[in-house]
Design a protein around this ligand. Structure first.
Ligand code: F6R
Length: 266
């Protein structure tokens, strides 16, 4: 894993935006994997700003989102489709027909299973994901792959853990229906991406980040599966990195990488 520690959450967003821009500027039909949640909002704001400044265009980009709540309409205020439209898609030149968020409005298991299979097939048809953006849950989940999810899982129906339901309660009004099920890309699906970039900011994520990077490979921390990925980059602010035992080593690695890049190895 490449672990990059930056001073502030804003620096994490800028780094992630650079990586996204690199992919979309270097490929004819770039395929991005996208996440929702609080963490990537600053990244999406930055991408919108770069689009407005004509530094990037998403005209040829295809996107796949990690997950969607089951049983609420796309148009629902708390659907992940709405989130993506509001924070990114409505403000850039991506064709909406090229944006894929799992279709999960139905509560019928057969319809949902078919939707999950179709989603996997669409990723294949697009040629696979070039860069998957990820956040991490307090319990170490990626997408909605909750603890004990199989490392080889594909897109499927997943029951949310109590910790996730509580963490996401803040988005739902008092008394409003809050889904306990989601359709999520599997860990196997995520690991098939050509590159993975996980961003984490703030003190609350420090424990999950430590277990992901320095803990054992374990289904109890789904994000630890990224240890198996050839090109996983973890970008953290100081607070999210605060519990890492090998923090100074990661900084040293980045220093050496930079020196190598500049032809200045010492
Ligand atoms: C969202 C997703 C989740 C979030 C995670 C962190 O599509 O897949 O895994 O990335 O719950 O959420 P925030 O960023 O709100 O802390």
């Amino acid at each position: 894993m490449q672990v990059i520690i930056l001073p502030l959450a804003h620096d994490v967003a800028l780094y992630a935006a650079d990586r996204v821009a690199e992919v979309i500027n270097s490929k004819t039909n770039p395929v991005l994997g996208l996440a929702t949640g609080s963490t990537p909002i600053a990244l999406y704001d930055e991408l919108v700003a770069r689009y407005q400044a004509k530094q990037v265009s998403f005209r040829q980009t295809i996107s796949f989102n990690l997950d969607e709540y089951i049983g609420i309409a796309d148009s629902h205020a708390q659907s992940y489709r709405t989130f993506m439209n509001q924070h990114l898609f409505d403000h850039i030149d991506i064709a909406k027909s090229n944006t894929h968020v799992p279709l999960a409005e139905s509560k019928d298991a057969i319809v949902l299973k078919k939707s999950a299979q179709d989603f996997e097939a669409s990723i294949q048809q697009a040629g696979g994901i070039d860069l998957q953006i990820l956040g991490i849950g307090l319990n170490g989940h990626i997408g909605f792959n909750e603890p004990t999810s199989s490392f080889t899982s594909r897109t499927r129906i997943k029951t949310l853990s109590e910790s996730t339901v509580i963490a996401n309660k803040r988005f739902f009004k008092d008394g409003e229906y809050q889904p306990h099920l989601a359709l999520t890309m599997g860990i196997g699906t995520i690991l098939n991406s050509r590159a993975v970039l996980l961003i984490a900011t703030g003190k609350a994520k420090a424990e999950a980040v430590k277990v992901m990077i320095e803990g054992p490979l374990s289904a109890m921390c789904p994000a630890s599966a990224l240890q198996l990925h050839e090109t996983a980059t973890i970008v953290l602010d100081e607070e999210a990195a605060s519990m890492l035992a090998l923090k100074e080593y990661y900084r040293w690695c980045e220093q050496k990488r930079q020196q190598l890049h500049e032809g200045n190895v010492r």
